[in-house]
Design a protein around this ligand. Sequence first.
Ligand code: SF4
Length: 340
Amino acid sequence: MGDSIVVVQTAFLGDVVLTTPLFRALRRCHSTARIAALVTPEAAPLIEEDPHLDHVLTYDKKGGESLRSAVATVRAQRPDLLVSPHRSQRSALLAIASGARTRVGFADARFRWVYNRRVPRSLEQHEVDRNLALLGGLDCAPDASDRWLHVGYTEREAQAVAAVLREAGVAESDRVLGLCPGSVWATKRWLPRGFAAVGQHFAARGWRVAVLGSPGDREVSRQVTEAIGPAAVDAAGATPLKALAAWMDRLALLVSNDSAPLHVATARDTPTVAVFGATTTGLGFGPFHARSRVVEVDLPCRPCGLHGGKTCPLSHFRCMGDLSPEAVLAACDDLLESVP
Ligand code: SF4
């Protein structure tokens, strides 16, 4: 089944990265099918090099593109099968209007009736496994080999990263710590002074530090970079999003909030210490590679939301305020000791 398959995932960047195992599994089960993914224009660079996809389609919903236009994009693929890990009303409307005979979605999706194969969504599972569970709606059993994220890049992005580091005087032999202090959600951001303290510690050990992020993270990146001093490189917005995977391959260690770079690091198997505040790994979005550690504070109010909110509902923000640089550094040391 499925000469033409479309996967609809127009959620956040990290959600798209966590959908890449589903692309891999669909390719394994449908080796000759044309497989396309519909994502936002922002997320498209993250999957452009995915070998399991034939097409990356975009739907600029934030930019005001109409649903009618997105439907036309999907219908042009003449899909036999549509799979939607995204549970929104818009994705459901897209599914029903796509012309696909088989439409697979979650049983708790909005307008779930449009999916003629509905799959239960377990809150206990990692998001990767939840997405792979959609295969249960098809004759395609998940395989352990599917459970790996994929984010690729080209020589062009590798060169862009090398140029930023060269300009900052970073030698190829230097060990580089990456810091990702940004997040779309404020309650998922560890305090800038925490990131700065970690950066200062590694700088004192002779490491260089790259502070990474999107153009929207420039202010926090500047603060952290300045606090660390000359060992730090302010790289937020310095390279396109697609270069994020190339950055990960250059890092000896990453310290990140629960945000998209964390998932890109998982895809590249970069040693990673993840800092969790308003969210918890129990929600299903934690790092799952062996070269990772999670640092968090035990509080009864955690988690206080699926994504983390804009402000702490209890006003004290202890989930991040109580999280000490010492705890993060201990996790870094523990991880580095275990990495060959
Ligand atoms: S309520 Fe608790 S988990 Fe949520 S932001 Fe505040 S301190 Fe963090």
